[in-house]
Design a protein around this ligand. Structure first.
Ligand code: ZN
Length: 519
């Protein structure tokens, strides 16, 4: 019995044999080949794949077909590899025809897409970085802005999104109708795996911003058939009331905003764990540390799972409810590599490296070997308890993304990891969810200050004690002396729904130094 089902049964009275919703609009050929309407809880079934050869779609006696969104997510390693190589070849042939940028790169390493022989050939190609996208951008011309990266017809663009630009120039992402529907399917697969069903009512607190993540979840929910409650411009108190009014069962949010909502409830004298119908919190957009996950699970009285992706490549991996600490990479939609950020060489299970992604379904703005900037650790291979044999990323106390390759801050020669700061703040119970690391240059010296919100107003003696303990906690975590400033709850503003964790106010040249880890 795995977690999400038991929670479903408790809160909603689902049976494990609820019919699998039919993905609408966009299904893989494998999906089309078989009918999945009837739960098949009682036996193993074999599914003949027309394109990929024979493959076993595994079900367990207590885990019916309803556990999976698509057939391809259940492929074994050889079938996944065949699927990827076939789609990669088609993608590279398409790019040779449509993109000068990619054509030049193929030629430079002597690769003719028509002769593409497999994943080893992919590794001959150079990486694509955010800097490549920036260099190719021209905002003087009308959209699609890119000289080479957007390769479809401009009139086919269905959605424009933009990154916040917190680590450089904002990146504009164009999705054609095809891309958007395919991307929704990828996200629906992840939400479904984490336990979202058509019976759910979902609140996604975000405010019509340019950031892609929450928009795609609305489309994904439409594919699943779950109900979405709009809460665009409402403040936290009104959103909390909305969750209650509609008996929402799922919250999809950044971790910091989910904690913020919980604090608002506590302020109003509510115990969410018993008063809320939310059974599942899905986080995205910010690192989910082990400590934050524990707190979310406790304050919401709900299971908490996380999803990672990047604005440029779309969704990448989700936390498996069956296997604590594993994020499954959705390899049936993308090719993932984990490489040494300096040398670009692949690293093995257990080693840290940068996550590099090639989405297989994109046609408007396809990217080949895109460096996500996320430093992750590959888990040992093998089939997960859930039945999937997808690559898995290992979770650490900092979350699945150990750090951003470009977000480490160097202070007095020491590389500071914002996640380590977060852990230290979470270690002091009087501190609230909000905190910010500020770096200033005072004379020739870097000064690091952590500003942290306290849960309750404190008298001066108590305040001094909390500050001293936070200072000590930070010194242990960072091996560096850091100033501490305590402020009242709500004093640190959320930027959109995200808390700006690091504010580096030193000169530009310093920024260049901290970016060198990108290679
Ligand atoms: Zn799993």
């Amino acid at each position: 019995m795995h977690g999400s089902w038991s929670a479903s049964s408790r809160r909603r009275g689902y049976s494990a044999g609820s019919p699998r919703p039919e993905p609408q609009g966009f299904t893989s050929s494998a999906d089309a080949a078989i009918s999945l309407d009837e739960p098949r809880a009682d036996r193993e079934i074999d599914v003949e794949r027309r394109d990929e050869g024979a493959c076993i779609a595994r079900t367990r006696a207590d885990g019916p077909m309803t556990k999976f969104w698509s057939v391809a997510e259940q492929f074994d390693r050889p079938a996944l590899k065949r699927l990827q190589e076939r789609q990669l070849k088609a993608l590279l042939i398409y790019l040779e025809r449509t993109s000068a940028f990619h054509r030049e790169r193929f030629a430079a390493c002597g690769l003719r897409p028509i002769d593409f022989g497999g994943l080893a050939d992919l590794r001959r190609l150079p990486f694509t970085s955010k800097a490549d996208l920036e260099a190719d951008t021209t905002t003087e011309a009308p959209p699609p802005f890119y000289r080479s990266f957007f390769v479809d017809r401009p009139d086919r663009v269905l959605r424009w999104h933009r990154t916040s630009g917190t680590t450089g120039t904002p990146v504009r992402v164009a999705d054609t109708g095809w891309d958007w529907h395919a991307y929704s399917d990828v996200s629906a697969e992840a939400l479904y795996a984490m336990g979202v069903r058509r019976e759910d009512t979902v609140v996604i607190p975000f405010g019509y911003g340019p950031f892609i993540a929450f928009w795609i979840y609305i489309s994904a929910l439409e594919q699943i058939g779950a109900a979405f409650v709009a809460s665009g411009s409402l403040d936290a108190a009104a959103r909390r009331a909305l969750l209650r009014e509609f008996r929402a069962t799922v919250l999809v949010s950044t971790p910091s905003y989910a904690l913020h909502l919980a604090e608002v409830a506590v302020d109003a004298g509510l115990d969410l764990a018993s008063a809320s119908s939310v059974r599942l919190v899905i986080t995205t957009g910010e690192p989910l540390t082990t400590e934050t996950k524990r707190r979310l699970t406790s304050v919401w009285g709900a299971e908490t799972f996380d999803r990672i992706g990047s604005a440029e490549t779309g969704g990448i991996a989700y936390e498996c409810p069956d296997a604590a600490g594993a994020y499954h990479v959705q390899e049936n939609h993308l090719v993932a590599e984990v490489v040494d950020p300096m040398t670009g060489a692949p690293v093995g299970p257990g080693e840290e490296g940068e996550l590099v992604v090639t989405p297989l379904y994109r046609r408007g703005m396809p990217l080949v070997r895109f460096r996500t900037g996320n430093i992750v650790r590959l888990a040992a291979g093998g089939r997960c308890q859930c039945g999937r044999e997808l690559l898995s990323l290992a979770v650490t106390e900092n979350g699945v993304v150990l750090r951003r390759a470009d977000m480490l801050v160097k202070v007095r020669g020491v590389l500071l990891d914002p996640a380590a700061v977060e852990r230290a703040v979470r270690g002091v119970p009087e501190c609230g969810e909000g905190f910010q690391l500020t770096i200033d240059r005072v004379g020739q010296l870097d000064e690091a200050t952590v500003t942290a919100e306290t849960r309750l107003p404190l008298d001066s003696a108590r305040r001094a004690d909390v500050a001293r303990r936070l200072e000590e906690s930070l010194r242990r975590a960072l091996s560096l002396r850091v100033n501490v400033r305590l402020v009242e709850l709500g004093a640190l503003a959320l930027d959109g729904n995200k808390m700006k964790r690091v504010l580096d106010r030193r000169r530009e040249e310093q920024d260049d130094a901290v970016r060198t880890s990108r290679g």
